[in-house]
Design a protein around this ligand. Structure first.
Ligand SMILES: Nc1ncnc2c1ncn2[C@@H]1O[C@H](COP(=O)(O)OP(=O)(O)OP(=O)(O)O)[C@@H](O)[C@H]1O
Ligand SMILES: [Mg+2]
Length: 258
């Protein structure tokens, strides 16, 4: 397992006649955390949803351009969208555990597809081991190991978000997309998610949408800065934060806009 390289080329997204993203060309290097930042409505979530074709599910969206996941253009002909979504997992802003036990939440993905794919490391393991492994990766194992069969809805919100992280990891994605992953959490629960993401970035490509600049500074190795549907600047976090090239980036980081 290793993080995939994502290369986005001339990506345009329209909703009816309205331009949401215009000519986005950007590289998301393998492994590490890439943060997508920018003011509300600039297109961060839309860009994220283009990376696993979840955007297809929104009526009226038109996508042009290319999104390469290693050597596959996921908008190319003959692409299997279900397979793409097993390679690119998603953590949503709010935890939404499935109405079943903690164990079944994590076992769900491997049961329905991930387990059967040849390249998966899961294949050498039994389901109990798979569940344990991904709960550990999400930093939840110690808290739930004695009540795996109890309902996921009884967990705290922060625990539920880590359970959703375990569920996303259970299909062994190469890429994990996170849209404002801590927005529903208190600071302590948010910290837990951030520290798990920091561990996971060693083996996976992690893309985090956040409107919290402090979170981006804590987490990100690379920054993508969007403004009104356009890419203004991208690069290593140290460069974008330390010496932004564009005036709009400088103003946004200074808190003057957005
Ligand atoms: N389903 C939709 N139908 C029509 N327009 C949409 C839809 N989803 C998003 N948009 C529009 O696309 C633009 C970008 O939205 P998006 O949600 O990607 O922004 P964002 O940067 O994630 O904002 P926020 O920080 O508020 O979450 C906005 O102008 C929004 O109104
Ligand atoms: Mg958003």
């Amino acid at each position: 397992m290793g993080g995939s390289h994502i290369r986005i080329k001339d990506l345009c997204v329209l909703h009816e006649q309205h331009k949401i993203l215009t000519n986005i060309t950007v590289d998301i290097p393998p492994k590490g955390v890439t943060a997508i930042i920018g003011p509300s409505g600039c297109g961060k979530t839309t860009l994220l949803r283009c990376m696993n074709r979840l955007i297809d599910e929104t009526e009226g969206m038109q996508v042009k351009g290319e999104v390469w996941l290693d050597n596959v253009n996921i908008y190319g002909p003959g692409v299997d969208v279900t397979e793409i979504r097993t390679r690119v997992g998603l953590l949503a802003p709010k935890p939404f555990p499935l109405p079943m036990s903690i164990y079944e939440n994590v076992a769900y993905g491997p049961r329905i597809h991930g387990w059967k794919l040849d390249r998966k490391e899961n294949n050498s393991l039994g389901l109990d081991q798979i569940v344990e492994r991904h709960l550990r990766e999400a930093g939840l194992w110690e808290e739930v190991k004695d009540r795996l069969r109890s309902s996921a809805s009884r967990l705290s919100t922060g625990q539920q978000q880590r359970l959703c992280l375990a569920r996303a990891l259970a299909i062994e994605p190469d890429v994990l997309l996170c849209d404002e992953p801590t927005s529903a959490l208190d600071p302590k629960a948010a910290q837990r998610i951030e520290s798990q993401l920091r561990e996971l970035k060693e083996t996976r490509t992690i893309v985090v949408v956040t409107h919290l600049l402090r979170q981006a500074r804590r987490l990100a190795d690379h920054i993508v800065f969007l403004w009104l549907g356009e890419l203004v600047e991208s690069g290593p976090a140290s460069q974008v934060f330390g010496a932004p090239r564009d005036e709009r980036t400088r103003a946004y980081l200074a808190g003057d806009i957005g």
